[in-house]
Unconditional design. Structure first.
Length: 94
């Protein structure tokens, strides 16, 4: 499992969430099998999204699509996105 982790400040969470829900890049078609949205407790305007993929190539391609999208919406929906691809090494449930 591979996770594309994205972090960026949003000027308005509700506006950002509406844009996220419109799914402009096509998460399912891009290989996303699950996503989780986080808001930081100390800075509620900061959003972190974890998109899970079966393969690293899918995450890399999806990040490329996101970079194109971000170029058109930066400063309105979100600001200064940071992204990294993580390989899941181990998970454990109690």
């Amino acid at each position: 499992m591979v996770v594309l982790q994205i972090e960026h400040p949003v000027p308005n969470y509700d506006g950002w969430k509406k844009a996220f829900e419109s799914d402009p890049v096509g998460r399912r078609e891009g290989g996303v099998v699950r996503y989780t949205i986080f808001k930081t407790t100390g800075a509620p305007q900061c959003v972190i999204v974890a998109l899970e993929f079966a393969r690293q190539e899918q995450a890399e391609a999806f990040l490329g699509s996101l970079n194109k999208l971000w170029g058109t919406v930066e400063g309105t929906i979100m600001n200064s996105p940071k992204a990294r691809i993580l390989e899941v090494m181990e998970t454990y449930n109690y």
